[in-house]
Design a protein around this ligand. Structure first.
Ligand SMILES: NC(=O)c1ccc[n+]([C@@H]2O[C@H](COP(=O)([O-])OP(=O)(O)OC[C@H]3O[C@@H](n4cnc5c(N)ncnc54)[C@H](O)[C@@H]3O)[C@@H](O)[C@H]2O)c1
Length: 312
């Protein structure tokens, strides 16, 4: 069997996706690409390099007889605003290298878009699949560009590329970064370490979110679906739950009544205000049977237990 290459393998999503792929297809079937040094307890095939290096990417495909790429490497919302040129290079040029390789070697590709592809002119509630995509962040601009590139490579060259507009994803295996939705992970570090958290979004900043297990399950289901079921080749709306920082705080207070949160919004509040609050993902549900499992209470418990164990 041909191998699977995962870029961005040690980020928030990759840290959950790689073990699932290893479980499903066997540890020898997955090649994990890291940009930086990774912890020595990783078990599996490891490569190091930069997705902007098209020669390296081509060499990896040949060396490991790659048949599928899960292309997760990227620079996210807050990082992209600090370094917009770099965000374009990693998110757009990096994706184009992957699509060019897919065209040449008939590779199947998964690439995540984001709710950051939406913008202030997108409806705030129940965003339809086909809607206005006018983001105001460089991250969002790269995601819209990426979506159109994916559709172009499918239409023009028959590349089997599939994509989901991930909402804010909440997992605990990797350290959270500085993404706009990642307060919902940091808050549990605050809870376990200090019984206090300073939240960088306003109490009422409602955003679409999803527990990581659901995201991984959906990603694998999309990739396993027969090609004829995939009617969207830009990127599928993909949703589970929507909540505000205050609602998450109230959920935590149910089992940690002394926990204190203060709301001190920073520049990420403005990013959050440009994004919708709820998403209509009926195309994903109808086309390939997407269904989420984790509601807010279930996600809260899972994150709390996971992060408590990780810290202790
Ligand atoms: N986490 C979320 O909530 C979320 C939401 C929507 C979309 N996404 C998308 O999912 C994908 C993965 O996100 P994540 O949360 O795991 O991000 P992350 O920042 O945790 O991980 C990204 C990984 O990419 C690697 N990387 C960055 N630049 C690279 C380069 N030039 N070459 C090789 N590797 C490089 C980083 O080292 C990092 O390990 C991204 O495309 C992101 O846009 C994530």
């Amino acid at each position: 069997m041909k191998r699977i290459l995962v870029t961005g393998a040690f980020g928030l999503v990759g840290s959950d996706l790689v073990p699932e792929l290893q479980k499903k297809f066997g540890p020898d079937s997955v090649v994990a690409l890291a940009r930086e040094t990774v912890s020595s307890d990783f078990k599996g095939i490891l490569e190091k390099g930069d997705v902007r290096d098209s020669k390296l990417m081509a060499d990896l495909v040949k060396k490991h007889d790659i048949g599928e790429i899960y292309h997760l490497a990227g620079l996210l919302s807050a990082g992209g605003e600090k370094q917009p040129d770099l965000a374009w290079e990693i998110n757009v040029d990096g994706l184009k290298h992957v699509l060019d390789l897919a065209k040449e070697h008939q590779l199947k590709v998964f690439w995540p878009s984001s709710i950051a592809a939406f913008g202030p002119s997108t409806p705030k509630q129940n965003v339809p699949q086909h809607t206005s995509l006018e983001p105001t962040t460089m991250y969002g601009v790269t995601k819209v560009t990426g979506e159109l590139l994916c559709q172009y490579y499918f239409e023009k060259y028959g590349v089997d590329v599939r994509s989901l507009r991930y909402p804010g994803l909440n997992g605990y295996k990797a350290k959270p970064g500085d993404g706009t939705t990642e307060y919902a992970i940091h808050i549990f570090y605050g809870l376990v370490k200090d019984n206090y958290y300073e939240c960088f979004l306003q109490a009422d900043a409602r955003l679409p979110m999803m527990y990581m297990d659901d995201a991984i399950k959906g990603t694998l289901a999309l990739m396993a679906a027969p090609s004829e079921k995939i009617t969207i080749r830009t990127s599928y709306n993909f949703a589970a739950i929507s909540f505000t920082p205050e609602e998450l705080y109230q959920e935590i207070l149910k089992f940690a009544p002394d926990f204190k949160v203060e709301f001190k919004p920073d520049s990420r509040q403005k990013i959050a205000e440009g994004w919708p609050q709820t998403i209509d993902d009926s195309s994903a549900r109808n086309d390939w049977g997407w269904k989420h499992e984790f509601d807010l209470p279930k996600m809260t418990q899972a994150l709390y237990e996971g992060i408590k164990q990780k810290i202790n």
